[in-house]
Design a protein around this ligand. Structure first.
Ligand SMILES: [Zn+2]
Length: 260
């Protein structure tokens, strides 16, 4: 895959499924005044050649689009169907009204799940006039694809027993909700400038890397820089965890931008 430059990455959300703070929680991290401890549900914006690409569309999608003045959307890419990654799909309506059908890239199984949960979006007859519509593109493992000029390589990972897609764009890769990854998929992660990967908390979890597993993965893949995402309040305060990490490994936080 070509190493291209000109990507601008914005972390739209870096929190695990309930977000931080959790509703009603009195945990000190949920009460933190540090804005880096406020984490919306995970999502990433990639700007390339004037186009906007968003990975996942969770329940905070609307707020994320408003916060970052995203006024047009060239495609949505899904990692998997869990609600923290898909529940905001109805809020593509303002983009749909201006642009028409919004391109959506996802595994065939995820497309099937979206059709169940958002049946009205996919209906072809008796459509409600305000309903948005999408143009569907199936993502198949080992089949890199191009959206406009953006080259995308899918990376197959496992979230417990559930298949999830990560995505590589040039020397940047975004993996979330990973617990295990096959050796042949790791081959697709060579020579990265920046890796983003999930690190939930210190305690083990059946379907997510904990901090130790995420650090071991980084040591194996050897990207130049790594940012952790999909973070639970149980991982601790951003400022304290950040200090304990190796020099080229960081916690991401909402609003962080990277240029590649
Ligand atoms: Zn998730």
């Amino acid at each position: 895959m070509l190493n291209f430059t000109g990507l601008r990455i914005t972390f739209l959300g870096t929190g695990t499924s309930q977000g931080i703070p959790i509703i009603g929680s009195t945990h000190p991290v949920c009460k933190s005044k540090d804005p880096r401890d406020k984490r919306l549900r995970v999502s990433l914006l990639i700007e390339f050649e004037g186009a906007n690409y968003v990975i996942d569309c969770g329940p905070d999608f609307r707020q994320q689009m408003l916060t970052h003045n995203v006024n047009h959307l060239e495609a949505l890419l899904f990692t998997h169907e869990h609600a923290d990654h898909t529940a905001g799909l109805d809020d593509i309506r303002p983009f749909f009204f201006r642009q028409g059908d919004i391109p959506v890239y996802a595994h065939q199984r995820v497309i099937g799940e979206l059709k169940k949960r958002f049946e009205y979006i996919f209906k072809t007859e008796n459509r409600y006039p305000g309903a948005p519509a999408v143009a569907l593109f199936e993502v198949i493992n080992n089949q890199p694809f191009i959206i406009n000029n953006l080259q995308v390589e899918p990376i197959n990972v496992m979230h417990g027993k559930l298949q999830v897609f990560g995505y590589r764009f040039g020397s940047f890769a975004y993996l979330t909700d990973v617990k295990t990854i096959a050796a042949e998929e790791k081959q697709k992660l060579r020579d990265l400038d920046v890796l983003v990967v999930n690190a939930l908390r210190e305690e083990p979890h059946y379907s997510h890397f904990n901090l130790e597993e995420a650090l071991a993965f980084v040591a194996e893949i050897k990207p130049k820089q790594t940012y952790f995402t999909h973070i639970s309040h149980l991982l601790g305060f951003h400022a304290e965890v950040e200090k304990q990490l190796p020099d080229n490994v960081h916690l991401a936080y909402d609003g962080l931008q990277l240029e590649l």
